[in-house]
Design a protein around this ligand. Sequence first.
Ligand code: 3HC
Length: 319
Amino acid sequence: MSAPTLDRPAAPDEVALQAQFDATIAADHRIEPRDWMPEAYRKGLIRQIAQHAHSEIIGMQPEGDWLLAAPSLRRKAILLAKVQDEAGHGMYLYSAAETLGADRADLTDKLIERKQKYSSIFNYPTQTYADVGVIGWLVDGAAICNQVPLCRSSYGPYARAMIRVCKEESFHQRQGFELLMTMMGGTGAQRAMVQDAVDRWWWPSLMMFGPPDDDSPNSAQSMKWGVKRHSNDELRQRFVDMTVPQAAVLGVTLPDPELALDPETGRYRFGAIDWDEFKQVLAGKGPCNDERIARRRAARDDNAWVTEAATAYADKHAS
Ligand code: 3HC
């Protein structure tokens, strides 16, 4: 049954369904695929879950670039496992979007046609192996901060996918930190590489949490529906508070002269984020947007025969 619109008022049974949906959300219970849901809730979820899935898949590229250049067999095995995990996360998330009626191939097409977004963070280049460690520490650290609350998201399949994703992201974060600790205990040149990577990734990591609350068009409704549990700024602040002490343990400096503990709140104050840069990246003008999309397009096109074969095989078994 379709949801009511301005032109088409709700029929009596829709009123009852809407009331049941509202009661489920108010009781902090889960909405499941079999349940009636307002069309805007379904569309909003597809938007967020698809963007999230695309981020996991595109996110394989910056680190995948280092698979052939990993400095040891151990580092190669770790990185390979990590990049493979990201592919798995993308698959869980596309599956969650499918439970809402989305079509996976259609979502991929929308990504490639730039009609759907993916995380801004993956439009920056990985210049040295220290970037692999910093992505683990900062980018996966930010992802955990943002995604742990999504394990309590109101939509069941999304929340359940997030539980496994977060467990794996937690491993990713630790492997990044361990790699950086090793480099910081190495030569002066290695320490300089780590500091340089931290300088380049710090601000883009803060941008991952999305625009400030007063410029976040989706937040209010998303939080009312229990899809998002905390605002963008609240999660960004949590990430800063969590990360500053870790930077001290590592022995790196975060590139923000305004970073300081506020004795009254016990939280860290930090400098202004360059939201113009964020907007440029979202508009497709970041350092690597074109390259990321071109590669995803090539992967889709070059491997179309695999999809066709797998679909034919699945159809044969289904019939
Ligand atoms: N990069 C790209 N687009 C972003 C963004 C970012 N960092 N932050 C916000 N946006 C987009 C939003 O998608 C929205 O655009 P849309 O309406 O066209 O979809 C617009 O900017 C306005 O932002 P809002 O704050 O209103 O949007 P949301 O309420 O959806 O909040 C979000 C943004 C916090 C990213 C939220 O969608 C979210 O929590 N998503 C799930 C987590 C996710 O997608 N993470 C991406 C990183 S995954 C990852 O990091 C992989 C791991 O391996 C590291």
